[in-house]
Each structure stands twice: as C-alpha cells, then as structure tokens.
Design a protein around this ligand. Structure first.
Ligand code: NAG
Ligand code: NAG
Ligand code: NAG
Ligand code: NAG
Ligand code: NAG
Ligand code: NAG
Ligand code: NAG
Length: 428
C-alpha cells in the first residue's frame, strides 16, 4: 500500500526533491519518466499549459480535444511520439505540427469529426515515420497533403470515407505499408500507386473495387503482400499483376471471380494464394505454372466441379490445398488428386468425394474400360502451356504425369495415409 501511494504521487514526490520536474507535469497526467507524459483519459478539452518543452512522448488519447492550432505544440520541439487518437478533433490548422521536426510517430485515429485535411496540415514533420489516420471520416485528401512527409514509412487510412485512391501518394517514396482497408474505393487507376516504389504491404481489403487498370501495380517491385479481399472484382486480366515479382501473399478472397486464366503467371515468389469465396467455375490448366514457391492454395467456397489434370504440375512446394464447399463431380477427373497427395506429401482439405474403390490390400484392381474408375488420362493432357511467360527460362519442371493413373495399385497402408489427408471418410 505504501508503495502504491508513492507511485501515484510520483510527480509530487519529485517536486519535493526539488528537481523542478513537477512544474511540468500537469496535475491530471502521469509523468514517468518525466519526458514521457500520459494524459490519456483525463477529460481534457485543451492541452494543459505546464507540459515541459523537453517532453519526448505525449499520450493525449481518449480526451475531448477539438481544435489544434499552430501554437498548441509549438514549444514541444523534442517530441518523438504524439497520440491524439480518440479525441473530438474537427480541425487541424495548417502548420499545427510545424515545430515537430523530431516527431516519428503520430496517431490521429478515431477522430470521427475529422473529414478534411488541409494541404499544409503536416508541414514540418520531416522525420515522421508512422501516421495513423484510421477510423476518422476522411473523404478527401489534398494532393499535396503528404508531400511534406519525406520519411513516412507507415500510413494507415483504414475505415474512412474515401471513394477513390487519392493522388496524394505521389511523394511517398519511403512508404512500406499502406492501408486503405474499409473505405468505398471503386477503382484503381494506372497511376494511382506508381510512385510507391518501396511499398511492401498494400491493404485494399473491404472496398468496392471492381475496376483495376492494367499496369496499376507494375511499379511496385518490392510489394510482398497485396490484399484485395472482400471487393467486387470479377475480371482478372492476364496483365493485371505484372510487375509484382516479389509478391508472397495475394488475397483475392470474397470477390466475384468466375474464371482463372493466366493472371498469376509472373508471380514467381508467390507462397500463399487466397481465391476462396468467389464463384470460380473454371481454371486454366496452366493457371499456376511457374509458381515454384506456392505453398498454400485456397479454393474453398467456389463453383468448381473438377480441376484440370496438369494444374499442380511443376509446383514442388505446394503442400496445402483447401477445396471445401465446391460442387465436386467425383469422377475419374478428380482421382488424380489422390495420387498427388501421396506423391507430393501434400494435403487436400475438403474434397468431399466418395470414390468407390476396392481396397483389397494385396490384389491389384485393374479397372475395366467404361468403368467410371478407368482413369486413363484424356488426350489433352499433353497440351501446351497457355500461360507461357516471356523471360522465364525455367522449363515447366516435371514431365506430364503418365497416362494411366496408378491410384488403384497402392498397398493398403499407403491408402490409409492418403485417406488421412483427404477429408472424406467415404473414400474407402
Ligand atoms: C528550479 O527552478 C527554479 C526557478 O523556477 C530555479 O531557480 C532552480 O535552479 C531550479 N532547480 C533545479 C534543480 O533545476
Ligand atoms: C496511450 O493511452 C491509451 C489509453 O487512452 C493507451 O491505450 C495507449 O496504449 C497509450 N499509448 C502509449 C504509447 O502509452
Ligand atoms: C512557449 O514558450 C514560451 C517561452 O518559453 C512561452 O512564453 C509560451 O507561452 C509557450 N507557449 C505555449 C503554447 O506553451
Ligand atoms: C465534439 O465536438 C462537437 C462540435 O464539433 C460538439 O458538438 C460535441 O459536443 C463534442 N463532443 C464531445 C464529447 O465533446
Ligand atoms: C512531389 O511530387 C511531385 C510530382 O510527383 C514533384 O513535382 C514534387 O517536386 C514533389 N515534392 C516533393 C516535396 O518532393
Ligand atoms: C456454376 O458453374 C456451372 C458450370 O459449371 C454454371 O452453369 C453455373 O451457372 C455456375 N453457378 C454460379 C452460381 O456461378
Ligand atoms: C482380397 O483378395 C483376396 C485374394 O485376391 C481374396 O481372397 C479376398 O476375398 C479379397 N478381399 C476382399 C475384401 O475383396
């Protein structure tokens, strides 16, 4: 109890030691150490006067601040971090932050009355690295708003009211993370993102995107994660993702895609592809050629009744394929998948097929011609790679599978092994 009291009156105690620190710790705030000031949830309607000029970190979260002027922070030139989230900010005067050239982190999120930001709002923030403007009501951004932020690396504009991608990104050449999640954006223009040459993570999830111009991503040579999930995309033109040579994760789930052709052919570093929750009913047999590093493929909740035989040829790293909630037609065309699970030690999840296969542990079951399990490969097996990618020298890895699918001759323990991966208990 004694220690608790000491702690609570920390600032006052220091004043007693004549360090003069208490002079600069406002009574409703906590200052520990003295240059880190916590005035969060303090019922503030204005900035307290006594904040020391030496302050490096100031937490003003969850108060009732409404208007900031050019004087508000003009003495806090040592500030590194400033939290203003969860206030009632309605207007930021041009130059509000002009003295804060050391500021690295600024949080303005959850100010629901913040709708417009003047071109000079962020003037002076030469070293700002992280800016959070999420959960406000911003619907328009001045094209020059971010041109004063040459060091900016992380920009969060999620959950605002924007209907298009602002032009304001053209000077953000250091930006690595950009979130525009949960806005109302409908289109991505060819030039909207072209200056973001350092971008690694682009989040466009939960918008209303239905048009993406070819070339929109071509300058994003460092992009590793692209999230386009939960939009209205129905078309995936073959050139759509050109340029994304470093892309590792691509989210296209919960869109309106019906067919996959050669869209993914140049994504040589792709590891995870989310195509679940669309209306895909056809996939071209070379759709995933060249995706040498693909590890996870999500195809559940689509309209697929079968997959082309060559689909997984040349995908040495593929391990997990998610297939549930599709109207699979469980005939010969799908049997080769079981062979893939055994040969590649991959896991198919949710292929709910009941293959009526004899499982005699010793005898070889030779299917008769006309038998639905006579899985002689169809002649189009040797068809040419339709998605040939210019400039790719790697041959398509493995030869096409041999014509006779050898599924029916594996011994029982191998069958058992395969069964564990194929979810359907009805396999045997
Ligand atoms: C405290 O402030 C007074 C003037 O307000 C000054 O004279 C004194 O030197 C300061 N003490 C310390 C320890 O800084
Ligand atoms: C600032 O205060 C809020 C509570 O109002 C808290 O959630 C947040 O973690 C604080 N930030 C820092 C960096 O201390
Ligand atoms: C800034 O500091 C000057 C002198 O050091 C003082 O006169 C002025 O009131 C301070 N401004 C604010 C907004 O605290
Ligand atoms: C927030 O500001 C508006 C005016 O901009 C005012 O009407 C409202 O009462 C304020 N809310 C709080 C909680 O202070
Ligand atoms: C911002 O970009 C525009 C065009 O993209 C350029 O003309 C201008 O010089 C840049 N401004 C700064 C401050 O870099
Ligand atoms: C599903 O695919 C079939 C063809 O395989 C097509 O006839 C049907 O319209 C598709 N349904 C939906 C909802 O897209
Ligand atoms: C398995 O094959 C053996 C010999 O070929 C036969 O005797 C046995 O009845 C078969 N078992 C089943 C379950 O078909």
């Amino acid at each position: 109890m004694f220690f608790l009291v000491i702690f609570t009156f920390n600032c006052a105690a220091k004043a007693g030691l004549s360090l003069n620190v208490s002079d600069s710790c406002p009574s409703m705030c906590r200052c520990a150490p003295e240059e880190v000031i916590h005035c969060n949830r303090a019922g503030l309607r204005a900035l307290p006067g006594e904040i020391a000029a030496s302050t490096v970190s100031l937490n003003l979260s969850n108060n009732y601040l409404r208007i900031l002027t050019t004087n508000t922070f003009s003495n806090l030139t040592f500030l590194h971090s400033l939290w203003l989230d969860g206030n009632n900010l309605t207007f930021l005067s041009p130059g509000t932050f002009h003295a804060l050239s050391k500021l690295r982190e600024l949080d303005l999120s959850r100010n629901s009355r913040l709708t417009y930001l003047h071109a000079n709002t962020f003037r002076g923030l030469l070293n700002l690295i992280s800016l959070d403007l999420s959960h406000c009501n911003i619907f328009e951004i001045h094209p020059l708003l971010f041109s004063h932020l040459p060091s900016l690396e992380r920009l969060d504009l999620a959950s605002n009211n924007m209907r298009y991608v602002p032009q304001a990104f053209s000077n953000l050449s250091s930006l690595t993370r950009l979130s525009l999640e949960s806005n109302h954006i409908e289109a991505i223009g060819r030039d909207s993102l072209k200056a973001l040459e350092s971008l690694y993570d682009l989040n466009l999830r939960k918008n209303r995107i239905w048009i993406i111009q070819d070339g929109a991503f071509t300058k994003l040579l460092r992009l590793g994660v692209l999230n386009l999930g939960h939009n209205f995309i129905s078309d995936l033109p073959n050139q759509l993702f050109d340029g994304l040579i470093q892309l590792k994760t691509l989210h296209l789930e919960a869109n309106r895609v019906t067919a996959i052709d050669c869209t993914f052919r140049l994504l040589l570093n792709l590891r995870s592809l989310y195509l679940n929750n669309n209306q895909i009913s056809s996939i071209s047999d070379s759709a995933f050629s060249y995706l040498n590093k693909l590890h996870f493929l999500h195809l559940s909740k689509n309209n697929l009744s079968s997959l082309p035989l060559r689909l997984f040829v040349g995908l040495p790293k593929l391990r997990y394929v998610f297939l549930s909630h599709n109207p699979w037609k469980c005939d010969c065309r799908m049997v080769w998948f079981l062979r893939w699970t055994v040969m590649s030690r991959g896991a198919l999840q949710g292929l709910d097929c009941a293959f009526h296969i004899h499982h005699n542990t010793t005898a070889l079951s030779i299917p008769q011609p006309g038998d639905p399990m006579d899985c002689t490969a169809p002649p189009e097996l040797d068809s040419k790679d339709k998605c040939g990618a210019a400039g790719i020298s790697t041959a398509p890895g493995h030869p096409a599978p041999t014509c006779k699918v050898l599924l029916l001759v594996v011994p029982f323990h191998t069958w058992y092994f395969a069964r564990r991966w194929v979810s359907s208990a009805a396999l045997l």
